[in-house]
Design a binder for this molecule. Structure first.
Ligand code: C2E
Ligand code: MG
Ligand code: MG
Ligand code: MG
Length: 294
């Protein structure tokens, strides 16, 4: 990259070197500013979690939720994770932020149970650096213990990239998480590059079909083949399979007909604040379209 920049600067002539450099500095400054903002946000409690229901495609039951972090910025309003997770990851702040997410999600789940809601499994996204960090297992244990939550009600979502960076170590760590009683799923499955032979050694319970393969389901493109292959692959490996980003009845119908187990997406519900999630569940809401099939 530096080489390319030099080459470009030379090509553009001397005056442009200044310009190019200034641009690069600006982006570093921007990053530092954002990072400073993120640190303050952690201290000042500007993060919160939304929870998106995961629905059993065949019974219509909500059996779990995925915790998704949001940043309520004092000036810019709500900032989505795609805008700050990469920098948190790059800077290492993800360790502290991820710990906050884990602890908050466990505590919230316990609070729902105490309020008499049917028990749910809460899924927490774990980024590569967080997963590789030596203290991960202890952090998970501590979050569960402090919340008073049984491990079976927690799931970690990791991406294929996390696992393939150091396969043996990742499998060992996954085994520790499983031994603790929590479960694991592979997020965004199909977009990474885990080998199929590695997949069979992962102590996971679920594959999540990435929403990029869900978007065009039912339109007759190649995504039907990909989605149905992932579903049968998962089942032959004795794994469950969930589709993310389900927005339309057409997509749901395809997934249901092809034996997908679970779904998550705007069709049933957007990610919700904890109170709204609780009222959705206590109202006994079922995806209206499922009753026709069941
Ligand atoms: P992900 O884990 O794959 O989460 C799924 C994303 O799809 C979420 O975006 C969710 O809001 C969105 N989504 C759900 N249903 C639909 C739908 O029907 N249609 C569409 N178009 N989108 C849908 P979000 O919340 O913006 O999160 C983006 C990514 O940021 C997540 O992807 C995850 O990789 C990361 N992330 C979110 N929260 C955390 C966190 O607490 N820790 C870490 N490490 N990463 C997080
Ligand atoms: Mg996820
Ligand atoms: Mg995903
Ligand atoms: Mg994703």
């Amino acid at each position: 990259n530096a080489d390319a920049a030099m080459y470009r600067a030379k090509e553009l002539g001397k005056n442009n070197i200044q310009f190019y450099t200034r641009e690069m500095n600006a982006s570093i400054e921007e990053k530092l500013l954002l990072l400073e903002g993120l640190r303050r946000a952690l201290e000042e409690d500007q993060f919160h979690l939304l929870y998106q229901p995961k629905v059993d495609l065949h019974t219509g039951q909500v059996f779990g939720v995925e915790a998704l972090v949001r940043w309520q910025h004092p000036e810019h309003g709500m900032v989505g994770p795609d805008r700050f997770i990469p920098l948190a990851e790059e800077s290492g702040l993800i360790i502290a932020l991820g710990d906050w997410v884990l602890r908050t999600a466990c505590a919230q789940n316990r609070a729902w149970q105490d309020a008499g809601l049917p028990p749910l499994r809460v899924s927490v996204n774990v980024s590569p650096r967080q997963f590789e960090e030596p203290q991960l297992v202890q952090r998970v244990q501590r979050a569960l213990a402090d919340a008073g939550l049984a491990a079976e009600w927690l799931e970690l979502e990791v991406t294929e990239g996390v696992i393939m960076r150091d396969l043996q170590q990742a499998v060992a760590k996954m085994a520790m998480v499983k031994a603790m009683g929590a479960s694991l799923s592979i997020d965004d499955f199909g977009t990474g590059y885990s080998s199929l032979s590695a997949l069979k050694s992962f102590p996971i319970s679920t594959l999540k079909i990435d929403k990029s393969f869900v978007r065009d389901l039912g339109n007759g493109g190649g995504d039907e083949a990909i989605a149905s292959s992932i579903i049968s692959l998962a089942h032959r490996l004795k794994l469950r399979v969930i589709a993310e980003g389900v927005e339309t009845e057409q997509q749901r119908a395809f997934l249901c007909e092809n034996g997908c187990d679970e779904m998550q997406g705007y069709l049933f519900s957007r990610p919700l604040p904890p109170e709204q999630l609780a009222s959705l569940l206590s109202s006994g809401a079922r995806p209206r379209l499922l009753t026709a099939v069941a």
